[in-house]
Design a binder for this molecule. Structure first.
Ligand SMILES: O=C(O)CC1=CCC(=O)O1
Length: 94
């Protein structure tokens, strides 16, 4: 198991065809909901006031995360920042 914190900033070009935009956003939703159901996409939060999200992924490896992120329909239109997480030694839960 490997946990990753990912920030995604969505930057869809203003001149993108509205139908392509709507279809891509719909595919993004379906793709992310499938990964949420699988348990790999554990958290998905909107950053208030921004077309950005904070996500937590629980995957086998950085390679797997890379594959998942590259498969996002909005991948060509996003900037991403990825942070690998490890357990803090002061945590009290198992
Ligand atoms: O709207 C976003 O933040 C991009 C996105 C990620 C998963 C999803 O459904 O939309």
């Amino acid at each position: 198991m490997a946990l990753f914190h990912v920030r995604m900033d969505v930057k869809i070009p203003h001149d993108l065809d509205p139908e392509v935009r709507a279809e891509t956003v719909a595919r993004e939703k379906a793709y992310s909901q499938e990964l949420q159901r699988s348990g790999k996409w554990k958290e998905l939060w909107r950053i208030v006031g921004q077309y950005s999200n904070i996500s937590i992924f629980d995957v086998e490896s950085a390679d797997e995360l890379h594959e998942l992120l590259q498969g996002l329909p909005l991948f060509p239109y996003m900037d991403m920042e990825v942070m690998a997480l490890t357990r803090h030694p002061s945590r009290i839960d198992d």
